[in-house]
Design a protein around this ligand. Sequence first.
Ligand code: 13P
Ligand code: SF4
Length: 326
Amino acid sequence: MPESITEKIHRLKKEKNALLLAHFYEEGDIQDIADHVGDSFYLAKMGQKAQQDVILLAGVVFMAESVKILNPTKKVLVPDLQAGCSLVEGAPFEKYLAWRNQHPDGIAVTYINSSAEVKAISDVIVTSSNAAQIIDAIPRERKILFGPDQHLGRFLSKQTGREFLLWPGACEVHVLFNAKRLQDLILDHPEARVIAHPECDESVLKMAHVVGSTSRLLEEVQKHPAKKFIVATEAGIFHQMKKLRPDVELIQAPVVDQNCLCNNCPYMKMNTLEKIARALETGKPEVQLPENLRLKAQTSLDRMMAITSGKSVTWPEHFNEKALAL
Ligand code: 13P
Ligand code: SF4
């Protein structure tokens, strides 16, 4: 019998001493073959402590870059280098740098969905699962620049009671969830628990019982006694939700156009089992970063890791373009 694609991946993982990490938005077959599946913070932590020679991250490229920044001696592979993110695209380095320079006394709190270059001129990185904790660790008198996701920023501003200067970026998938249609759906299913990712528009978040990271939404489905959930996030997460709660009805929150596949992230869905096998076999495509850039980006990721492990950190008084710019 010829070797199946999953057998091939298992064999190559052993031969190359590789760890396979996957995000919750990947297709179910990729999630099932991964060593660890999680949200972006969990994947960064697993990548940082990985002992294997090779780490293959099935997600989008900024996630793999974060692993390379945190664990630089490992070979970090991705199935497809084109797997980008609209938040990364919407925050080009030169413009972000100009914004920082307009507010040199501000602390730049940057979502992990950003390029390594933008991380290098940021003070601290956050994900949706740790952002509130990190913002609470910033002295209250300090001005905060938050980007690139304006919706997450607005949500966090309310949650933490802090005012932010917001970068106007957005996730092209989550902004398509439609408040009017969601309202109608809730009227049809008043018993349903509504859960949403904070990258959705405020008008959608207002209707949610729970707003949180992919892992938080999964936890809600796992633990809440409701028998019906309306889910406003990317479709890949249904795979784990169905596994954890086969007894509940999961309804995808409506998007603007009911006939499109808009609740699928086109970048996450570029990855396939075939591309994973090829990457393990050939050692390509590999995520590589100039050491100068990597070291500068590491400072902001290190602050995230320190605060989330209960350590105290110091904050720069002023943005020093000369020290940080590339
Ligand atoms: P999480 O950190 O919640 O997994 O979100 C990552 C992401 O890209 C959401 O669109
Ligand atoms: Fe980026 Fe949105 Fe895709 Fe997440 S779902 S990777 S934020 S485009």
